[in-house]
Design a protein around this ligand. Structure first.
Ligand code: DGL
Length: 270
């Protein structure tokens, strides 16, 4: 890869603000890399939609990022990773990284008693993608999936603290207290935003797939000699399909600084 190609941005997409948890970790692990992020906020949540619809949205997101000249694509959405990773890997000519394999690997490495719970959207849990990924690493691990569909709308609304999110978390997660799971995978990239609430509700060790995914991105860039080694200032551009002000506000709260470049785009069909 030529030096100028290595300066091309990493493309990252999610249905909304959740993928910012992955952006945050990638910026920490790879501060020289430029990033272009797409949050499909007009169509969030993905997790209640059919696999066919999520695949269609994911292809449109990928096509936009590819047209912006990315060198690697991160599907920073478990729902999309669970249904579109293979398809996008086969159809694109840049490396494609999803969030499920890294999270599954970290969970298997962490569990001591071989009992792992996974929380995610309905589509992710129904796909059994985590169970398959975990069992492919260690077939004797027991996996339980729990869908938590109210978390994403609350997080997108910015209700990330206070009574309502705590009650919802208690309702979804309290059954886990009695089942002796020692590891809980945050199987949706929105959930690390409410990690503090989840940690109050369960005793299990939490797996944040954002951290693991950033490690994987670094590994793949290194292995393919694609790291940006130029001394230039990296760019961080954000695109949404609706309500840039709301996204900007959540981004500021979550990343701890203003997002200077947030633009609204319209995604075309096939
Ligand atoms: N953040 C996404 C995920 O990891 C999507 C949530 C949604 O849109 O339902 O699954």
């Amino acid at each position: 890869m030529s030096p100028s190609s290595k300066e091309r941005p990493i493309g990252i997409f999610d249905s909304g603000v959740g993928g910012l948890t992955v952006v945050k970790e990638i910026m920490k692990a790879l501060p020289r890399e430029s990033i272009i992020y797409l949050g499909d906020t007009a169509r969030v949540p993905y997790g209640i939609r059919s696999p066919e619809t999520v695949l269609r949205y994911s292809r449109e997101n990928a096509r936009f990022l590819i047209s912006e000249g990315i060198k690697l694509l991160v599907i920073a959405c478990n729902t999309s990773s669970s249904v579109s990773l293979q398809h996008l890997r086969q159809s694109l000519d840049v490396p494609v990284i999803g969030v499920i394999e890294p999270g599954a690997r970290a969970a298997v490495a962490k569990t001591k008693n071989g009992r792992i719970a996974v929380i995610g959207t309905e589509t992710t849990i129904r796909s059994n993608a985590y169970e398959q990924a975990i069992k492919a690493i260690n077939g004797s691990v027991e996996v339980r999936g729990i869908a938590c569909p109210l978390f994403v709308p609350l997080i997108e609304e910015g209700w990330i603290d206070g009574e309502v999110i705590r009650l919802v978390a208690e309702r979804y997660l309290s059954p886990l207290k009695y089942d002796n799971f020692d590891t809980l995978v945050l199987g949706c990239t929105h959930y690390p935003i409410i990690k503090h609430v989840i940690a109050e509700t369960v005793e299990a060790g939490l797996i944040d797939s954002a951290i693991e995914t950033a490690r994987e991105v670094k590994k793949v860039l290194e292995a393919n000699d694609m790291l940006n080694r130029s001394g230039g200032q990296p760019s961080r551009r954000f695109f949404v399909t609706d309500a840039p002000e709301k996204f900007r506000e959540m981004g500021r709260r979550f990343l701890g600084h203003e997002l200077t470049s947030v633009s609204k785009i319209v995604l075309g069909g096939e």
